[in-house]
Design a protein around this ligand. Structure first.
Ligand code: G6P
Length: 453
């Protein structure tokens, strides 16, 4: 394989993680859209993947002599904690998803300033060192950074290897307003990203916002190419999965009301789960004819429980469910668990899929659900999800803050006549099939001339 085909992928989460069970090393495949997406790249390119060691056994693996295709970087525990739990999540995540309630939060004290320097910058430096070491082995490789954990690393790499080809994919929204972050940090974020040759987003909206915030913060993009390519799903893999025994078994345990509204999310405040429950309550209040006939099934993957804001959000979710169920009977069924087969089972059986995110870089649920749904289900989709740019024509769009509007959208979806439902469901499925992962990969590689060779 030629050197030109080597891609050095850099992301906080890697494609595998290790645990020790009964004295034996067990390998677990990392989840998430990125891992699935890059599997296709690995079929055509030599991929070296640099990621954080996140378990004790990962750290053991990191210490072993390797040179393998997955390089796990063992960061100092305290630096990692500050990087992940203080700066990346919640600070950058909350800024980029417009989640701060700015009348009172955040309050940036010395602890935050220390965390920026001793956590975020330090971990980015370790990543950059690992990238430079990999470039020493593969001097013509293209480096492909991912997401908000790594905004500073490209500049560190650029300083050490001025000719390296660097690209960065930002998977989350890019806001115009970065005023929450103190100016030196705001500048460092932009300068760091602009050390790449290419910066890519899922949608035009985030790419345009990036160009504007570069203009405001550092006076332009200074020759960095800014592009957008929406991520998609592996259609063949989903088709296999939906027919699998695990999914069929999960399907047999789903609630079977006359109408099923489904949502599938991480327990992340950006996903707008509480307002979704409130909207469902408004629906049952304004349209009592639905009481006893429609159930909302919320399958929620517990996320980032080392961060207080995320722990509080789970409590908010539980409270909202109790209130709605106390009022209307057991109309919301919630499962807080990492259970992907059950999510795919629910995708197959929904009448309405609710994706009402406050803000979302793309949202893969909006693509995965329609791909396997068997009931002509209707997608109710936030205008602030990146996927809306592609799917609006076949979805019912909602403003994520407008709870009353979401209730109307749920009603509209529930009463929609079969022909119209089928037209929309077919449109969504065709769009996801046509613009599948191979297109995302081809688009990205066309921005990276040497890698595409
Ligand atoms: C989003 C981010 C990813 C992140 C994932 C899960 O999709 O874009 O970078 O890995 O959430 O979050 P976690 O904090 O568990 O890695």
């Amino acid at each position: 394989m030629s050197e030109q085909n080597t891609l050095i992928v850099v992301s906080n989460r890697g494609p595998v993680t290790y645990d020790k069970v009964d004295g034996r090393r067990v390998e677990r495949r990392g989840g998430g859209g990125l891992v699935t997406a890059l599997r296709g790249v690995r079929e055509q390119h030599h991929v070296i993947w640099i990621a954080s060691a996140t378990t004790d056994e990962d750290r053991v693996v990191a210490g072993e002599a390797g040179g393998g295709e997955v390089v796990l970087v063992a960061h100092e525990a305290e630096a990692y904690d500050r990087y992940y739990n203080v700066v990346a999540n919640p600070m950058l995540w909350f800024i980029q998803h417009s989640l701060w309630d700015q009348a009172s939060r955040p309050e940036l004290g010395l602890a935050f300033h220390d965390a920026w320097r001793e956590g975020y910058a330090r971990v980015n430096r370790s990543f950059a060192d690992a990238v430079v070491a990999a470039l020493d082995e593969h001097p013509d490789a293209t480096v492909f950074f991912h997401d908000y954990h790594l905004y500073l690393a490209p500049k560190f790499v650029r300083a050490a290897r001025p000719d390296a080809l660097l690209a960065h994919f930002v998977h989350i929204p890019w806001p115009v307003d970065w005023s929450v972050l103190p100016e030196p940090m705001r500048r460092a974020v932009h300068d760091g990203l602009l050390a790449n040759d290419v910066v890519a987003f899922h949608t035009r909206r985030w790419a345009q916002n990036f160009e504007r915030s570069c203009e405001d913060t550092v006076g332009g993009t200074h020759g960095t190419r800014v592009t957008h390519h929406p991520l998609s799903v592996d259609v063949a893999e989903f088709e296999r999965l939906q027919a699998s025994n695990a999914v069929r078994a999960a399907e047999a345990t789903l609630p079977r009301p006359e109408k099923l509204i489904v949502r599938v999310d991480r327990t992340d405040p950006s996903k707008n789960i509480v307002r979704g429950f409130h909207a469902f309550a408004v629906l049952l209040e304004e349209h009592p004819e639905w009481r006893g006939r429609v159930t909302m099934l919320a399958l929620l993957d517990p996320s980032r429980q080392s961060i207080p804001e995320y722990v509080e959000y789970v409590a908010d979710i539980e409270r909202a469910v109790r209130e709605v169920n106390d009022r209307f009977g057991p109309v919301i069924s919630v499962q807080v668990a990492d259970d992907f087969p059950r999510s795919v089972a629910a995708y197959k059986q929904y009448d309405v899929l609710l994706v009402n995110a406050v803000s979302d870089g793309l949202n893969l649920v909006a693509k995965e659900g329609p791909l396997v749904n068997q009931r002509g289900g209707v997608l109710v989709l936030s205008e602030n999800a990146g996927a809306y740019e592609e799917l609006a024509e076949w979805a019912i769009g909602v403003n994520p803050f407008d709870v009353w509007g979401q209730a109307q959208a749920l009603h509209e979806a529930l009463v929609m006549e079969a022909g119209e439902r089928a037209r929309r469901a077919d449109g969504l499925r065709a769009q996801v099939r046509d613009r599948d992962l191979s297109q995302w990969i081809a688009g990205l590689l066309s921005d990276l001339p040497r890698a595409a060779a």
